[in-house]
Design a protein. Sequence first.
Length: 284
Amino acid sequence: MLKQRIITAIVLLLILLPALFHSDTLYWRLVTLVLIAAAAWEWARLNGLSLYGAWIGAFACLVACVMAWDLGLLASRQPLLWITAGGAWVLVGAALIKTGVGRWGQLPRLLRLGGGWLALWLAWLAVVQAREVGITFLLSILLLVWMADVAAYFAGKAWGGRFSAVRLAPAISPGKSWEGVWGGMLGVLLLALVWLALERAGVLPPPSLYGHLQSQGGWVLLLLAVLFLAAMSVVGDLVESLVKRSAGAKDSSRLLPGHGGVLDRVDALLPTLPLAMMFHSVLR
């Protein structure tokens, strides 16, 4: 299993990193299109569509992304879109986690499918727009989510259940603890402060999400925003876990040997990317 994970990770990095750092963002757009289409296929399968239906769904999501590209949405600020998307993630995400696994399967399938594909479309639009802002801007968002996940994992392993007898969401993801969430938040705070220090020292080039938040809203906004984004990354992870548990699946697919599926790798990014672009487009 470990060997599979390492090989898959190396292959993904060999594909993603050249596209990310290439001066022409066309390559990043195309690579992420493939990933979003794969995630759309997984979403359809998790929500009960046949193999044929899942391919149609993936194609429909791909067409929607290409249409956004053709309409020029990738290169223009969309504050209203991002405010709406961010608000929807907060409200719908909280409602889904509160109502739990059983309620998910009772929702109309068309609503479940459409909601997931819309979230994927928004995430693709956000990840492309973030790359248009700058490589370091996109990396500052990605690393925030990864730091939240890694710090939460180690904090949960070390202190899970020690300070809070109540688990985070036992019916959805029994392994997650409040101590993990607090550890993840502490991790992203440290990341933001260190990143800003390195940016101001000239080690890391601007722009970054942290520099933008601090310059436009001060230290209080920076701290509140990164904590909020870390919390929403947890929401994204829990929502995907809820859907998988409803479908009786451990992973979203086996497309990434040793890692599960694409959705398993990007679930925490689905709310975080649109919210980061909301902060970028509103704060000027």
